[in-house]
Ligand binder design. Structure first.
Ligand code: NAD
Length: 316
């Protein structure tokens, strides 16, 4: 039986991954500082440590008490705007990763799967975006932490032979059956749900004068269940690799609003506001590599993601 250390295992994606790993028969050890995640989302069968990755002593205890076979590293602060106000806090994303790598070396843990992001492509000039497009100047400090972590992991791989898979997520959405409610909505799906619940007055579409089919930005939304499956498949890869996780299908913000109205039968109050600085018109993944290397295929579309998110928020 393999033991997987899941960092950030109480968060949105991490808790779904823990559930899937346990269903597949893995033993799971979780490290989460509960800054955002919630213990109630953590499977009882996982061993849980409420520990911050920057706390070297506590983290060392986790490695000393468990024989870890691989690390799936989700833990990070991820609010883009906050990262531009508080580099001190977001530097923990890098420090925590280095602490983790040092302990992996000390305990001969051979493999890490790292949650990266499409933001490492900066403002891509072409879509679909494939993994060969060079990573570019990040437009926020959060994006920088993703690039820095990819680079430091790649160096540890060269020097200490740790094998890595970087998973570059596009926009993750939907629910994995845990009825996960984002306590601090920053992403478009939870924001729409807050508008539907009345917590927010209206939904703001940031610009409708882009060069797209309806003038609003086009993004690639990947279902959390499909995303998690890709991580489990990646545990069997034996080479270093970089893999985009998206559907290759773009959905515009306006289409997202219309589909939500159609799927939920509820009206959404929205308004068009100014563009946000640095927002590219279109960001859609090429997922050919994920299909080829992992034998993976995303199964759920954006309607399904809206339906499961809506059920999580309103039917619990
Ligand atoms: N959600 C998305 O659309 C998306 C897109 C691209 C990349 N990602 C990346 O995927 C990963 C998971 O994202 P998520 O949406 O589940 O976020 P989340 O905030 O729900 O989960 C992150 C978890 O990590 C924990 N954490 C944060 N810093 C920590 C630290 N220093 N020590 C220990 N625990 C810590 C938090 O408490 C939380 O439970 C992150 O690395 C994020 O950057 C997410």
């Amino acid at each position: 039986m393999k033991t997987i250390l899941v960092t950030g295992g109480a968060g949105y994606i991490g808790s779904a991954a823990v559930k899937a790993l346990i269903e597949k028969g893995f033993d799971v050890v979780i490290v989460d500082n509960l800054s955002k995640g919630k213990k109630e989302f953590v499977d009882d069968k996982a061993k849980f440590y409420e520990t911050d990755l920057v706390d070297k002593e506590q983290l060392a205890k986790v490695f000393a008490e468990n024989k870890i076979d691989a690390v799936v590293h989700f833990a990070a602060y991820k609010a883009v705007e906050e990262s531009m106000d508080n580099a001190v806090k977001y530097s923990d994303n890098i420090t925590g990763t280095i602490n983790l790598l040092n302990l992996m070396v000390e305990h001969d843990v051979p493999k890490i799967i790292y949650s990266s992001s499409a933001c490492v492509y900066g403002t891509p000039e072409q879509s679909p975006v494939d993994e060969d497009i060079p990573i570019s100047a990040p437009i926020n400090f959060y994006g920088y932490t993703k690039i820095a972590n990819e680079q430091v992991i790649a160096w540890y791989s060269k020097v200490h032979n740790i094998q890595y898979v970087f998973m570059r997520y596009f926009n993750v959405a939907g629910d994995a059956g845990l009825s996960y409610i984002d306590p601090d909505a920053q992403n478009v799906f939870p924001i729409i749900m807050e508008v539907l619940s009345g917590k927010r007055e209206k939904f703001i579409i940031h610009g409708d004068d882009y060069d797209t089919r309806d003038g609003t930005c086009i993004r690639d939304y990947i279902d959390i269940n499909d995303l998690v499956k890709a991580h489990i498949l990646a545990l069997d890869i034996n080479n270093n690799d970089i893999i985009n996780l998206g559907t290759s299908n773009g959905v515009s913000v306006k289409e997202l609003v219309d589909i939500t109205i159609e799927v939920t039968g509820k009206d959404i109050k929205y308004e068009v506001g100014p563009r946000r600085e640095g927002d590219p018109a279109i960001v859609v993944a090429s997922n050919d590599k994920a299909k080829k290397i992992l034998g993976w295929e995303p199964k759920r579309d954006v309607r399904e993601m809206i339906r499961t998110t809506y059920d999580a928020y309103f039917k619990g």
